[in-house]
Design a protein around this ligand. Structure first.
Ligand SMILES: [Zn+2]
Length: 604
């Protein structure tokens, strides 16, 4: 496909005239290339082209940046473009922040079909054309949008799916997938809640999730999946701290380990140094079953039927900040929590584990320990080969490409190449268990930003737009929550996690028919590290033409990687490849390469 970012690729020359960066000969070359190869042209921010009889709707008004709704035109081509991309026909689109120019095709000299309209408003007495399909007499096809695009605009991100799918005819190197996973940190610990009534952040009330809360979350997970598009899954990840069980069972027997960070946020620890907050090195976990069983959550999750409804991973044993932790403290935090995982049945004595357990990746307390070489070495010793980062910590994010992990460096961590998988913080806070508490806390943070207080409805609306934008960009970060956000059994509303999820699912469903899928920590980390391999194996893709038709795709790579290729139809199946198609998603073929090439053949 050819994508132009403005109609004639114009810029101002030295004499302040608008001229095209391409000369006539170059434009003719482009035209011929499109004719010879059936290439579709997409133009963003196009201007009306008098040669084709497309004109400005109102000669006295070139355009404006007022917010106008955009609606799909009612014709077969528009239907095909929307359904090809899996976008809902009635998706709520508008021109928020976009300069746009309504056009008219009353005098069109080519076949022209509107795709999108700007809905009539006080300025425009009728619906006017926002996007147009054109077919030239020589067969060339064009799709023009008469407004500017911005990567910050949810509207544009959604429309990108339409034109990319149309322009590529649904054949592209890549994978259209939405992963949607909620991480619940601090499971088994109790949290001091904010106190809106007394206007204090550290209130006196503590909350710890109960078996009834978990029962309802289990039920909810099954209910919400029914509201999601076909192929969806929803299973939250419980990142747990085993010490919480001891604290509940018998406080005096629990570990009293100082857990706060006393060093700078970006502190880089000297290997071999660090604090020892544990009472002893190589601490042995010797608590009796009868003691642990005094915690109702312990017996609850010893029941496999309850365990298997969630994904599980370690958040360390006591939640000690690992930035300045000594080797022996890190060893205790990791090893003793694995011991607790064994007591639950998540991990077996022989090192095998249940399939919902992730032993290969970790969510560290407060995203700590990632600049502590000793900690990273100990993670590796226990088979933990990646850690979780946070979008609010740009120094631990891959700023060049947010779709990839950040890899630690000698300079930053005294350790080269430990992958840090990004995660998105949510506006649901760790010390809030109700919408009232969360609203109060939100306003503590954002009152000055918005110049006023926001109500819960507004907060959840803003939050679902933020999350939907990430999802529509096919960003795969999991979303961070905490144990208090699961509270539901003893209050008159659903948990904050449920309310947040409901709002996002509703919004997502109004735009697309694609599945949304929860992955456990290990699998999610693998998608990020695999993608890093794809980006770095120098893969190339070409269409194979036989006679006048494309009959297949050749894929090759200099390095080792497994690359995705997506097609809108069946292909000849090859046992060397893996095929993936879920719900309304298109078929993706995963091709393993190692300095080699392979061919995907279309069905003739
Ligand atoms: Zn935590």
């Amino acid at each position: 496909m050819i994508v132009l970012t403005s109609g004639k690729l114009t810029l101002l020359d030295e004499s302040f005239n608008w001229v095209s960066v391409l000369n006539d000969q170059q434009w003719a070359y482009l035209d011929q290339y499109e004719i010879d190869n059936n290439i579709r042209r997409i133009t963003l921010s196009d201007s009306p082209d008098p040669v084709l009889g497309v004109s400005i709707y109102d000669q006295n008004n070139w355009g404006n940046d007022k917010t106008q709704s955009m609606i799909k035109a009612d014709n077969a081509i528009a239907d095909e473009m929307f359904s090809g991309a899996g976008i809902k026909f009635n998706a709520a689109l508008d021109t928020l922040g976009l300069y746009h120019t309504p056009v008219s095709i009353a005098g069109a000299t080519v076949e022209a079909k509107p795709i999108l309209y700007f809905k009539k408003d006080s300025t425009y007495p009728e619906d006017t054309i926002a996007a147009l399909y054109m077919k030239l007499p020589d067969g060339r096809e064009r799709l023009s949008f008469y407004f500017g695009f911005g990567d910050w605009s949810l509207n544009c991100i959604i429309l990108n799916h339409i034109w990319i799918n149309w322009g590529t005819r649904g054949i592209y190197n890549g994978f259209r997938r939405v992963y949607f996973t909620a991480h619940i940190d601090d499971v088994f610990l109790a949290t001091e809640l904010v106190d809106p009534k007394n206007n204090i952040i550290e209130g006196e009330t503590q909350f710890r999730t109960t078996t009834k809360d978990f029962d309802n979350i289990k039920k909810y997970q099954k209910e919400i999946v029914k509201k999601m598009n076909p192929g969806s899954t929803y299973q939250v990840e419980l990142a747990f701290n085993g010490n919480g069980v001891l604290i509940e069972a018998d406080y005096d027997k629990s570990l009293q380990v100082f857990g706060e960070r006393l060093v700078d946020l970006e502190f880089k620890k000297e290997p071999g140094q660090g604090t020892k907050n544990w009472p002893e090195e190589n601490y042995q976990f010797k608590f009796s079953e009868s003691l642990l069983k005094q915690d109702k959550l312990y017996t609850y999750f010893q029941n496999k039927a309850n365990r298997e409804e969630f994904y599980w991973s370690s958040h360390t044993f006591t939640h000690e900040n690992l930035d300045n932790a000594s080797r022996s403290d890190v060893d205790n935090e990791i090893r003793v929590n694995i011991e607790m995982a064994k007591r639950f049945g998540l991990v077996n004595e022989d090192g095998t584990s249940e399939k919902w357990w992730s032993g290969g990746s970790i969510i560290t307390p407060q995203i700590s320990g990632l600049r502590n070489r000793d900690a990273i070495e100990i993670f590796n010793q226990y088979g933990i080969h990646s850690g979780t980062g946070d979008l609010s910590r740009p120094t631990l994010c891959n700023l060049e490409n947010p779709y990839l992990p950040y890899y630690t460096t000698m300079e930053g961590s005294n350790y080269e190449g430990f992958p840090v998988i990004p995660r998105s913080p949510s506006e649901i806070y760790y010390h809030c268990s109700t919408s009232e508490e969360n609203t109060w806390m939100y306003n503590q943070i954002y009152r000055e930003v918005f110049g006023k207080d926001s109500d819960w409805k507004t907060i959840i609306e803003r939050e679902s737009t933020r999350v939907l934008t990430l999802m529509m960009k096919l960003r795969h970060e999991a979303h961070q929550f905490h144990q208090a956000n699961l509270r539901n059994a003893d209050i008159k509303e659903n948990s904050l996690l449920q309310q947040w999820t409901d709002a996002i699912v509703e919004k997502y469903n109004s735009y697309v028919n694609w599945p949304m899928i929860s992955l456990k920590l290990d699998d999610l980390a693998k998608t990020f590290t695999d993608r890093y391999e794809i980006e770095n194996c120098k893969a190339s893709y070409s269409l194979i033409k036989t006679g006048g038709t494309v009959t297949g795709i050749k894929v090759s790579a200099k390095g080792k990687c497994t690359v995705p290729v997506t097609v809108p139809f069946e292909v000849e199946r090859n046992s060397k490849f893996t095929y993936e198609q879920i719900g309304n998603d298109p078929l993706t073929i995963w091709v393993s390469l190692n300095n080699s090439s392979e061919t995907i053949n279309f069905k003739s």
